[in-house]
Design a protein around this ligand. Structure first.
Ligand SMILES: Nc1nc2c(ncn2[C@@H]2O[C@H](COP(=O)(O)OP(=O)(O)OP(=O)(O)O)[C@@H](O)[C@H]2O)c(=O)[nH]1
Ligand SMILES: [Mg+2]
Length: 461
């Protein structure tokens, strides 16, 4: 797969669309330098890689633009192919003219992601790194950026690579045993194999489980704001986002739809979602809103359960927690007793009476200190589940799926080993696992396995 041949030269505008001071046009493929040479005033046919040339791009003997041309020689380029980058002036007219000139001389428009695809085929990076580039470009917060950078450096590939190596060794031993079946030799100690599969399973599950955190960082952490009508949910959405996004009124049942506001707190992207007040209602539209609110709870990482402090009681809080847990067992719950500014009771007494409720706070949407406090609390709640910063975090749904499948097949092979199934069954499951893990980075599987057998055992037939 890695010695993919590319015959054609692709080109594309690599800077953002529109007008800028400078735009960058990129070409890749064997012959790129000669192609540019035909429309450039300097002779760059024999130019060295990484050399930079200033000159004019000519269109039918007329200068089109003054440009800077950078040469990349195979394999020392992003794609691994001979490449040229032309920095021209950023007018849309110049960009388009230059592009059509390059196409008239034999290059074609690159497909989306084709430069990265070529980089992958030429072994410049594996699939996870290619995917990380897309993530990096689209990252909206410091957290998402950090994870994409980590993936681009090949963090997950290294981890998966070492797991695969262990399994390939394992499969090779079992396969070897099969070759010598008649002699009844056991090359692979079953106890050691079980220990190996168990340790790989642990690591695979850890990676798989990091996806919940990883996808939250990448897509935004969902924070549902729920509670009875009139509790002050919409007031809080407005206060948190410092904007008048939701309608606030003293009529119970004001909010019907869900209203979402993205907000970056401490480098992490959160999505605050205001919902319709939870109550039994005969109003069809409001009823639909309540259904939506339930759906928002199931998808949230953090649920803010908001209520009017006047309603507080032990059973009220117990019921609220039960209600949320019923819909979502893993979300963190933040209990906010709102409208403390209206309360005549001393807060100290409340705090004491309800001290056994975790994450219960007495707040007011009208108090900026309350708002700052809640923001900090949300960041804290999210971060407490965070894996340590050295841990590899899976952010990609495709990787998650492959890890999930790998975990299932690891369980199967473990059962096989424990039930003393014959080697070929176990080897089959392990090959599946190797396949799943390899599909993440885009490796070939069967060949590796064979290669390993021949390399390490020199059967030499
Ligand atoms: N005094 C006081 N009033 C508040 C506070 N928070 C909200 N309110 C008032 O409570 C009423 C209801 O507020 P909303 O934000 O619309 O409540 P909601 O929970 O979104 O209500 P629904 O959309 O009907 O479910 C409004 O009159 C708000 O001004 C607070 O902290 N203190
Ligand atoms: Mg509302």
């Amino acid at each position: 797969m890695r010695n993919h041949q590319t015959e054609d030269i692709i080109c594309a505008i690599s800077s953002p669309p529109g007008v800028g001071a400078i735009a960058l046009i990129r070409l890749s493929g064997a012959g790129s330098v000669n192609l540019v040479n035909q429309v450039f005033t300097k002779d760059i046919k024999a130019a060295k890689g990484y050399s930079v040339h200033f000159g004019n791009i000519m269109k039918q003997d007329q200068p089109l633009d003054e440009v800077v041309v950078t040469i990349f020689r195979n394999p020392h380029s992003f794609t691994g192919e001979e490449s040229v980058e032309i920095a021209c002036h950023g007018s849309v007219f110049i960009q388009q003219e230059l592009l059509s000139l390059l196409m008239a001389h034999g290059s074609r428009m690159a497909e989306p992601g084709e430069f990265s695809k070529r980089a992958f085929y030429n072994g410049k990076m594996d699939l996870t790194q290619t995917e990380a580039i897309a993530d990096l470009i689209h990252s909206e917060s410091e957290g998402a950026h950090r994870l994409a950078m980590q993936q681009m450096k090949g963090g997950i590939s290294k981890e998966l690579g070492s797991l695969r190596d262990e399994l390939i060794k394992f499969a090779a031993l079992v396969e070897l045993e099969l070759d010598f079946a008649e002699e009844d030799i056991e090359f692979a100690d079953r106890g050691e194999l079980i220990a190996l599969v168990k340790s790989v399973l642990l690591k695979v599950n850890k990676l798989r489980d990091s996806f919940q955190f990883g996808s939250a960082i990448k897509e935004g952490v969902n924070v549902a704001i729920v509670g009875k009508p009139n509790a002050g949910k919409s007031s809080w959405l407005n206060a948190l986002s410092d904007d008048d996004v939701a309608i606030v009124s003293d009529i119970a049942g004001t909010t019907r739809d869900k209203i979402e506001v993205p907000l970056i707190l401490a480098g992490t992207k959160f999505r605050f979602i205001d919902t319709a007040g939870l109550r039994e209602t005969l109003d069809v539209i409001e009823g639909m809103g309540v259904e939506r609110a339930k759906d928002v709870i199931t998808k949230a990482e953090i649920v803010i359960y908001m209520f009017d402090i006047a309603e507080i009681s032990q059973t009220y809080l117990d019921d609220a927690i039960k209600y949320v847990k019923n819909l979502n067992n893993t979300a963190e719950i933040l209990l906010l007793a709102n409208k403390v500014d209206t309360s005549t009771q001393s807060l100290g007494a409340y705090g004491h009476e309800y001290s056994h409720f975790a994450n219960l706070y007495f707040v007011s949407a009208k108090d900026p200190e309350s708002v700052e406090f809640v923001k900090k609390e949300i960041v804290r709640l999210f971060n407490q589940n965070k894996v340590s910063s050295n841990d590899i975090v899976v952010t990609n749904a495709r990787h998650f799926e492959a890890l999930r499948n790998a975990s299932i097949d690891l369980e199967k092979s473990l059962q096989g080993l424990e039930n003393q199934l014959s080697g070929d069954f176990v080897a089959m499951d392990i090959r599946q696992v190797i396949h799943h893990l390899g599909s993440i980075t885009g490796e070939i599987t069967q060949d590796n396995l064979l290669g390993h057998i021949f390399k390490n055992f020199c059967i030499g037939k």
